[in-house]
Design a protein around this ligand. Structure first.
Ligand SMILES: Cc1ncc(COP(=O)(O)O)c(C=O)c1O
Length: 405
């Protein structure tokens, strides 16, 4: 008799984000619009290889010293050091005093998986707090880890704004030592970030309740176009004496989606502790992917460590973030011109690639069935899918569902 009855294994429903993408790909309608996937597109609707990435790849291809040997388990040193400087700032005391442990990961997802796995193993508390709503994979990772998942209120769907009071109340009620997962910038899916004052309040509660802070940081530079501005909250928390787990992703800001480049940085109270933490993180990496991949991390390390290339990357970043802000503004303007009922100011208060439109699931269904416009059931749209050719069509679609339902 076999130990496993394959006939008893249930079919798992498709991933919510990639499931919508599959439906989009199968739709033959010529007017279809994909507002679901969080990947940058040009105004022509095409993926964009950043010019600085292309130039770096060409240079690396000529480098005779490149080989295909294994990288160290924790990754490329030049990549790790520059990643920590990027998020914390080069003059951060953490950097100057060498008080951080960093490992190269398989995308931002890998950084989240390793960081939460570490906390699951070493934290005294099994309680992890997620915002409602959040990126769905947070839930999946914590479920796989067997963590006790709790949620804190984050977004007020009726008022289309941050639920400041609810968030603070829920965090204040968290048992000491729980871990709270925060989106460091450009909250996915809502696009609604706390203001500086709100971040200060959040920081106070975290200190008051001795919570462990885990920052999912997937959009640095992509949100406002300014790397430092996007790192404000992280750096403020550090200045206030908190130690953080920071999961960085280079998928969006370098456009290196399929190269799977990420970094987990953990700030510590001493260099000695940082070495211990790093050694334990390396054990987790070793048992999941053993050694990280080279190509994407080499590109990022080359760019971050060369001032001229770094400056060019910042220009590339600005192209992307500017186009997303223009699309945000243009959608808002069109809805105002159409006189679409409701207050659409939240579109402008949100930041980054996503917007939580406020469309309800039944309205999303009509958008998709009638107009072939694909978005998340939550009403989240990716502004990257908007362009000068489809803006009017999308705005009219939203107008019609709002006025007829
Ligand atoms: C909030 C958030 N965290 C993490 C990630 C994961 O990034 P990566 O593709 O680098 O694994 C994403 C990607 O969409 C995201 O939106």
């Amino acid at each position: 008799m076999s130990g496993l009855e394959f006939s008893e294994i249930p079919l798992c429903p498709p991933d919510v984000v990639f499931g919508v993408l599959d439906s989009f790909n199968q739709d033959p309608d010529p007017n279809k619009v994909n507002l679901s996937i969080g990947a940058y597109r040009t105004d022509e609707g095409d993926p964009w290889v950043l010019p600085i990435v292309k130039a770096t790849e060409l240079a690396l291809a000529q480098d005779v010293l490149q080989d295909h040997e294994y990288l160290p388990i924790s990754g490329l040193t030049a990549f790790l050091d520059s990643s920590a400087r990027l998020v914390l700032g080069a003059s951060s005391t953490i950097i100057l005093e060498n008080r951080y442990a960093a490992v190269q990961t398989i995308g931002g997802t890998g950084a989240i998986r390793i960081g939460l796995g570490f906390l699951k193993k070493f934290s005294k508390s099994n309680v992890f707090y997620l915002p409602t709503p959040t990126w769905p994979n947070h839930n999946k990772i914590l479920t796989e880890l067997g963590a006790e998942i709790r949620s804190y209120r984050y977004y007020d769907v009726d008022k289309n704004c941050l639920d400041e009071k609810g968030m603070i109340e829920d965090l204040r009620a968290a048992p000491e030592g729980s871990t709270v997962i925060l989106h460091g910038v450009a909250h996915n899916p809502t696009g609604m970030d706390p203001t500086k004052d709100q971040w200060k309040q959040i920081c106070d509660v975290i200190k008051e309740r001795s919570l462990t802070t885990f920052v999912d940081f997937a959009y640095q530079g992509f949100a406002s176009g300014d790397l430092d501005k996007d790192a404000w909250a992280v750096r403020y928390f550090i200045e206030q004496g908190l130690n953080l787990f920071i999961a960085q992703s280079y998928s969006k800001n370098f456009g290196l989606y399929n190269e799977r480049v990420g970094c987990l940085t953990v700030t510590c109270s001493s260099p000695k502790l940082a070495s211990c933490v790093k050694s334990q993180l390396a054990v987790l990496c070793r048992t999941i992917w053993s050694n990280p991949s080279n190509h994407g991390a080499r590109i990022v390390a080359t760019v971050l460590n060369n001032p001229a290339m770094f400056a060019e990357w910042k220009e590339n970043l600005r192209v992307m973030s500017d186009r997303l802000s223009q699309m945000r503004q243009a959608l808002y303007d069109r809805l105002r011109v159409l006189g679409t009922p409701g207050n659409w100011d939240h579109l402008l208060a949100q930041i980054g690639m996503f917007s939580y439109t406020g469309l309800k699931p039944n309205q999303v269904e009509i958008m998709t069935k009638k107009f072939h416009i694909y978005l998340m059931k939550s009403g989240r749209i990716s502004l990257a899918g908007l362009n000068s050719k489809n803006l009017d069509y999308v705005a009219k679609g939203i107008h019609e569902v709002i006025t007829t339902t």
